[in-house]
Ligand binder design. Structure first.
Ligand code: ADP
Ligand code: ZN
Ligand code: ZN
Length: 818
């Protein structure tokens, strides 16, 4: 009887592919194991077995597999079910989910891979434009394929760029077809076997008298060793004895020393101390913990709404403690790992080695290691902390999922597929494992709070800050009025200046929030009004003073700052709007004595950049920290007594149905950074429109009012959570084809579908990287079926793709787009 396997390939094709296997292979192969298989004319892919069976494919002859890559499954059944759910719900293929879920090292292909060389620090100013783009891309993705690099720099022949980067030692190439995962080994030395007796040792030292350097090494080894049996690494010995690796090698060659290796896990903590006791909860935390435990009894998902600094983390800690005591695994999801080193070290103090951090900035090897630890239910990965991709790990017995800062939009993946929401996918994962799920936030998303109202989720709240610290005192400043009275200095109102001055005098720290990086968003000619535009995108270039450049924030295009207007030649150029860089400059002028720092995307490239800024601020090496929304994310600074919001209007006016909800969240969160210890904090919010409803709700901390008003509007205009939406994006290089294609699709949808279809419409930036964009928005009411709608859309897509002119148009689905 012939034997076959179905294989999921990490590509955006709908089907599973059938390959033939031998009878022996049929005995060992199982679902969840990987195989290397041929595909197309010359490609080799790593695929995941979904099924072993005896039914030959009907329309093609099954090829044989190349190689079996695993002895045992590396993916569990629950994972495959969960991934299938993600593919169905978010309208992508299982292959796309697999590609995103497995660490790159598990999916190697016969194509060259480019990686960043983590050993070197890079001076970005030395990079050419294209080199910088590749380097930047490699900070977001640890591995790029050559054709992806080509897409990023938008040219076919990228080898010269890659060669230059290789020369500069910035990247590494991997050309091996299958690089097996190699655990990192550490080299150790001990005395050769024949010298362990006292007599032999004496003789040895005698003979080494003529080789003082070698003798020194042997004596150092004894000293290091003391009376212990602990292994001595070659590196330690080298350092301690002040000798060289050549001398040690000579001793090894002579057989005096013996070399051996111990496997070392790559991600480890230098924390060797005993774990700290967890803190005793105060009465409010205690109450919340009780409510949560009770809610878990019948509702698996529970929302904890606790004001900033109410001590939510300590409540999580108790839940984690209880969960690991039952020998179950914990998943702790955070919106962004890089911003939460404070939290991670806090948890490490409690749980030490039990914590594994899963992070896209870690190397592929590090991720493989975490994967295997979770798969084998190792104690050292019993608690996994990670950003959204951590929910793809092979949990064996998940007991608790915590989604911290559940309102954060960065839980939603925008690109590439799967465009999933990690909070929602985590809730489903929890269901599959029968695990408890806790959502936590000071400013819950409208969705989650709505689900509480509907009785779907359990609920509890903490309304006081820990230690009875008062919520900050918030003040709105009308900058229109201030400008009219000429009372502004740059972007600072009189009130803000007063408060800053007072803080500096008393040695307290200040945070200034401006949600825009760069110096000023745009450069404008005072004579003709021309503004430099990106050649690839329909957007103005942003002025960056530090680099003396104008840059595109969408595609990375940049050019030197022009000295005169490119349209009319006039030298009178001015900046319009303002970003973090300009605030920094103003602060330095207004407060020359103050020590100033800035935190935004531009100052935080690189692996440890965030930590450095955060630590410096924590140690009070800076008085004023200026930053973008990065500053809002769960940072716990002790000495900040003033938070200034430079301008709230850009947030409020953002063209998006969530703009008001987001503004409330962002402003509340950034305000929450003020006065976290004894003294009451102060928040100043500057706005042209201080009577805006949302600003009132922020200053009075009236979440309920915000929620009710937003919910009403969402109902009126048929947006989530009372309706569901699917955004369909069309993308093409040719403007006319794009328009026709979008119109065709829209027409077909309107004919077939009772719900509401809006569009097609151009987004605010209608061309990115030379691709034109158009959106359709499908709104689905509570009574309509989401599944049926998706099937209809899929059917229409099939007919769409049958039209040859449209086939090259990319169609992208974004379900529950936010
Ligand atoms: P949140 O996450 O709700 O903003 P945190 O968990 O960061 O608040 O707590 C705020 C501060 O209060 C932290 O510095 C934390 O160490 C402290 N804290 C919270 N709960 C306790 C407790 N039970 N005992 C001692 N300190 C606590
Ligand atoms: Zn001009
Ligand atoms: Zn651009």
């Amino acid at each position: 009887m012939a034997n076959f396997i179905n294989v999921i390939l990490p590509i955006p094709l709908e089907r599973h592919f059938t390959y033939s296997i031998s009878g022996e292979e049929a005995l060992i192969l199982r679902q969840g194991m990987r195989v290397a298989v041929p595909f197309g004319k010359s490609k080799i892919y790593t695929g995941l077995i979904s099924k072993v069976h005896q039914t030959p494919p009907e329309v093609y002859e099954a090829k044989e597999i190349h190689q079996v890559l695993d002895d045992t499954p590396i993916v569990t059944q629950i994972q495959l079910r969960h991934w299938q759910w993600i593919a169905d719900y978010y309208m992508c293929t299982l292959g796309e989910v697999v590609r995103s879920a497995l660490p790159g090292a598990f999916l190697l292909e016969s194509e060259t891979l480019v990686l960043r060389n983590m050993e070197v620090t890079v001076d970005e100013l030395e990079l050419g434009d294209n080199e910088f783009l590749v380097f930047e891309a490699l900070q977001h993705q640890s591995v790029l394929k050559v054709h992806e690099v080509a897409a990023i720099v938008d040219r076919k022949n990228v080898m010269p760029i890659l060669h230059r980067l290789l020369e500069k030692n910035i990247i590494k190439l991997k050309e091996e077809v299958y690089e097996q995962y190699k655990p990192k080994l550490v080299r150790y030395v001990r005395l050769g076997n024949e010298f362990t007796s006292d007599l032999a040792l004496e003789k040895l030292l005698e003979t080494l008298k003529r080789a003082p350097k070698q003798s020194q090494v042997v004596l150092s080894l004894f000293q290091l060793q003391g009376n212990t049996m602990k292994p001595i690494s070659i590196a330690d010995l080298e350092k301690f004895s002040g000798s060289s690796s050549a001398i040690i090698k000579a001793l090894v060659d002579k057989g005096i020393l013996e070399e051996y290796f111990i496997r070392k896990d790559r991600v480890n903590y230098d924390n060797t101390e005993e774990n700290l006791e967890t803190k005793d909860l105060n009465e409010y935390q205690e109450k919340a913990l009780e409510d949560i435990s009770q809610a878990f009894e019948d509702k698996k998902v529970t929302l904890l709404k606790g004001v900033t600094s109410s001590g939510k983390t300590e409540v999580y800690v108790k839940l984690i403690d209880a969960c690991i005591a039952k020998n179950k695994q914990v998943l702790y999801l955070l919106p962004e790992i890089a911003l939460t080193t404070q939290l991670i070290s806090r948890l490490q103090e409690y749980f030490g080695e039990n914590i594994a951090v899963y992070h896209s900035k870690y190397t592929v090897q590090e991720r493989v290691e975490a994967w295997n630890n979770v798969l084998h239910d190792k104690q050292k990965a019993q608690i996994v902390i990670g950003a959204r991709s951590a929910l793809f790990l092979p949990f064996q017995n998940l007991g608790l999922v915590i989604v911290d800062e559940e309102h954060e939009s960065s839980f939603k993946q925008f690109d590439p597929a799967p465009r999933y929401h990690a909070r929602d996918a985590a809730i489903v994962l929890g269901k599959f494992h029968d695990a408890d799920v806790l959502l936590g936030s000071a400013t819950p998303s409208i969705e989650s709070y709505y689900n509480v109202q509907l009785g779907k989720y359990g609920y509890t709240e903490i309304n006081r800050r820990f230690g009875n610290v008062l919520m900050p005192d918030m003040e709105l400043v009308d900058i229109k009025e201030a400008q009219r009275k000429r009372k502004m200095k740059g972007h600072f109102s009189e009130r803000l200046l007063e408060e800053v001055t007072q803080c500096l005098d008393t040695g307290e720290q200040i945070i200034l929030f401006q949600n825009r990086r760069g110096y000023a968003p745009i450069l404008e000619c005072l004579t003709c009004g021309h503004t430099p535009q990106c050649p690839n995108c329909d957007v103005s270039l942003t002025y960056h003073q530090y680099r003396k450049q104008i840059r595109c924030h969408y595609c990375g295009h940049h050019a030197a700052l022009p000295e005169s207007c490119q349209a009319c030649g006039s030298p009178d150029l001015d900046t319009k709007g303002f970003g973090t860089e300009q605030i920094e400059e103003e602060v330095r002028k207004l407060f020359p004595e103050a020590k100033v720092g800035r935190m935004d995307l531009d100052t935080t490239r690189g692996k440890h950049a965030y930590e450095k800024i955060i630590t410096a601020f924590e140690r009070q090496e800076m008085d004023i920290l200026i930053g973008t929304q990065m500053l809002t994310k769960g940072l716990d600074f002790r000495h900040v007594s003033l938070v200034g919001v430079m301008n709230a209007d850009a947030l409020l006016n953002f063209p998006d149905y969530r703009a008001h909800e987001r503004s409330f969240q962002l402003l509340t969160q950034v305000s929450g950074r003020a006065g976290r210890t004894k003294k009451r904090g102060k928040v100043i919010i500057q706005s042209y429109n201080p009577y805006h409803q949302i600003l009132k709700q922020v200053t009075t901390s009236d979440y309920e009012a915000m929620f009710n008003e937003q919910l009403y509007e969402r109902e009126q205009y048929r947006y989530p959570p009372t309706n569901r939406i699917i955004k369909i994006t069309f993308k093409h290089k040719n403007f006319n084809i794009l328009n026709e294609a979008a119109d065709w699709f829209c027409g077909a949808l309107k004919n077939n579908f009772g719900g509401t279809v809006l569009g097609p419409e151009y987004p605010p930036v209608a061309r990115i990287r030379n691709q034109y964009l158009k959106h359709l928005l499908v709104k689905i009411g509570k009574k309509e079926s989401l599944a049926t709608t998706k099937n209809n859309i899929r059917r229409i897509e099939k007919s769409f793709n049958a039209i040859s002119m449209y086939r090259s148009v990319r169609v992208i689905y974004n379900v529950d787009h936010i």
